[in-house]
Write a protein that binds this ligand. Structure first.
Ligand code: LLP
Length: 420
């Protein structure tokens, strides 16, 4: 059987599926299930692909921490010299705890609090991606109180259709993100006049899981036009941040390679001095991770057969939230003919499904893996139904390192007080 998995470092071995050199069955035995498992090589290769495609160009790749904020994952990117795109003070703390360089951090998000601004100013981050007029006033004030100058970029909304899932498209006029393109010129003039701000760049992010490079190129052209208009007024920008968004293969999608995605952008900015920044999340971690789970019960039904596994929507919310597709594979394939199953978890909701109508040959107690789960998997997990969150393991060659212990039930209510 020569299945090509979306995870490049996953392969069939004699002991069933293995990630790099480690059989998934060994990980389940050592750490239990459900467990997220990541491949250091896949993370590294994905980052190096960006760096390679940008070679010779002044550039910075800021990993979007929200996609997977585990310290183990962040430290791999920190060691590769990555920058980071954060959306909260909490994410900044994680980046620093993982050894990341604050000087390469950009701070996005529509709701930055004063406390978060202070934290980021004291850490001397690279840039605040400002998303409203009100935010520049607040940031100017907070920076003034600290005797600091805040580097800023406006996140502009280029109003292009990214042709992706409506929940994850962010660059349309109707979205809450960014400032209106036509208002940007005025906002830059205002910011340039404020004493505790330094205009540094411009940012945009049009959406996620982009499979067509055309919309981002269209946005880039618009952004460039604005950069030139600003320069004509003496507001000279040092960097241009084109956000994240490159999609990955979950099923049969054919996303552009990093080179194909970046080529039109590099052409648009050829010969320009500005530093080019990107904020990829999914394309760096999505296909470097899987969710390992065990079949608890098989429940044949009149209309449907259910495979009830020990992972649930609290561990991987994407199917329930977006009807997202994740490949489901048996870790140790069996010879018998398969059956079609609904792959569901133990949570008391009909929406608790991980996959619909998948042909599998499995028995009670078998391990299965949900693929392409490295991005927005663990990061969006919850404790619904008082389920301790999964453990996380990083595979590195022949080694498997536990990077997050499984939560204990006691820790879930440690902050609570019953009435006596
Ligand atoms: N930069 C900004 C400002 C963003 O809002 C995002 C993602 C990124 C970068 C990273 O985008 P990526 O390269 O990962 O596409 N939970 C959803 C995805 C939400 C994306 C939100 N913003 C999912 O599971 O598909």
């Amino acid at each position: 059987m020569s299945t090509v998995f979306p995870i490049p470092t996953l392969q069939a071995g004699t002991a069933g599926l293995q990630l790099e050199g480690v059989p998934l069955a060994d990980i389940a035995q050592a750490h239990g299930t459900p467990t997220y498992v990541y491949s250091r090589k896949a993370l590294t290769d994905a980052f190096v692909a960006y760096r390679g495609a940008l070679a010779g160009r002044r550039s910075l790749v800021c990993y979007a921490v929200k996609a997977n904020s585990s310290l183990g994952v962040l430290s791999v990117f920190a060691q590769l010299g990555a920058g980071f795109d954060i959306v909260s003070g909490g994410e900044l703390s994680r980046v620093l705890a993982a050894g990341g360089d604050a000087g390469k951090v950009v701070f996005s998000g529509v709701g930055k609090s004063r406390a978060e601004m202070r934290q980021a100013l004291m850490a001397d981050i690279r840039c605040f991606n400002v998303e409203s007029a009100a935010e520049i006033d607040r940031l100017n004030e907070v920076a003034g109180e600290l005797g600091k100058v805040a580097p800023i970029a406006f996140r502009v909304n280029p109003n292009v259709d990214p042709k992706t899932h409506p929940y994850i498209s962010t660059g349309l006029k109707s979205n809450k993100f960014g400032v209106a393109f036509d208002a940007a010129l005025d906002l830059y003039r205002r910011a340039a006049a404020l004493p505790h701000l330094k205009v540094s760049g411009i940012a945009c992010h049009i959406g996620s899981q982009l499979l067509d490079p055309a919309p981002i190129a269209e946005a880039a052209e618009k952004v460039l036009g604005l950069v030139d208009r600003l320069a004509a007024e003496g507001i000279v920008l040092d960097h241009i941040d084109l956000g994240g968004g490159l999609g990955i293969r979950y099923r049969d999608e054919e996303p552009p390679s990093v080179e194909q995605y970046l080529a039109p952008l590099l052409a648009i900015f050829a010969g320009r001095k500005e530093e080019l920044c990107f904020e990829p999340g999914r394309s760096l971690v999505g296909n470097a991770g899987l969710l390992l789970t065990r079949v608890e019960y098989l429940k044949p039904g009149e209309e449907k057969n259910f495979a009830i596994v020990d992972a649930a929507m609290n561990d991987l919310a994407r199917p329930a939230l977006y009807d997202a597709y994740h490949e489901v594979v048996a870790v140790a394939p069996r010879a018998e003919a398969g059956r079609n199953y609904e792959i569901v978890g133990p949570i008391c909701e009909s929406g608790d499904f991980l996959a619909h109508d998948r042909e599998l040959t499995v028995a009670e107690g078998d391990l299965v893996a949900l693929l392409s789960a490295g991005a927005y998997g663990m990061a969006m997990s919850s404790n619904y139904n008082t389920r301790p969150r999964a453990a996380e393991v990083m595979v590195d060659g022949e080694r498997a390192l536990l990077i997050r212990r499984r939560e204990t039930v006691e820790s879930l209510y440690a902050l609570e007080t019953p009435l006596r």
